[in-house]
Design a protein around this ligand. Structure first.
Ligand code: CO
Length: 212
């Protein structure tokens, strides 16, 4: 199918290459040699939440993993490998779990409806809904309740990052990485830091999940 948007991509790429080379002619050579990002970003696949653009970060600044509803599941070999590689090899200083208001995945998890294969994935978010069901039921406004579940989901997935042995080990040995929970508000374009208590959560988690 002929698509103008598709055809434009290579033209845009060429323009981008030229503009980068104009700024710094060694740009691509330097990028090729190594990556040294300070941040691992775990976010939602939603096309309206592009990690580098909303953070204003450049090529090489962010190691990125995105999936539906920014889930961190210990059965997911993909994300567990990414966390381990980011912590042990890249030695990232910060791990960010970033959700977003208006998340289709979180919304679907609040609905009593089947989405086929996706049900298994969304069950990770339904579990968060179940854990916070009583608190959420007190919120009468539907959009407010939905926003709150987005926040609870970010917190829970940040907990899941902190539960990993490689994050615990690295933090105790090196003092990094620190884990953060953010929510991106598509209504305003603003990033909100939920200011989760990383040290407190780590202490709490170590009572049960500590691995010597
Ligand atoms: Co989403």
């Amino acid at each position: 199918m002929k698509s103008e948007k598709y055809d434009k991509i290579f033209k845009q790429n060429k323009e981008w290459v030229e503009s980068k080379q104009l700024e710094d002619e060694t740009f691509f050579k330097t990028q090729y040699e190594e990556q040294n990002p300070d941040f691992l970003y775990i976010g939602c696949s939603d096309s309206r939440v592009p990690a580098n653009i909303i953070t204003g970060l450049e090529v090489g600044d962010l190691f990125v993993h995105r999936n539906i509803a920014n889930v961190v599941s210990n059965n997911d070999l993909n994300i567990m490998s990414i966390i381990q590689y980011a912590v042990e090899q890249l030695k990232v200083k910060h791990i960010i779990v970033c959700g977003h208001y208006g998340c289709g995945g979180v919304k679907a998890a609040m609905e009593q409806k089947s989405f086929g294969l996706l049900d298994n994935w969304l069950r990770n978010v339904r579990d968060v809904y179940r854990h916070s069901y009583n608190d959420l039921s007190l919120i009468k406004d539907e959009e407010e309740r939905y926003d709150k579940l987005v926040e609870f989901n970010v917190e829970e997935q940040a907990y899941n990052v902190i539960k990993t042995s490689c994050v615990q080990k690295s933090y105790l040995q090196n003092g990094f990485p620190t884990v953060h929970g953010w929510v991106y508000d598509m209504r305003s374009g603003k990033l909100n830091d939920l200011a989760i208590d990383f040290e407190g959560i780590l202490k709490e988690i170590q009572k049960v999940y500590n691995i010597e």
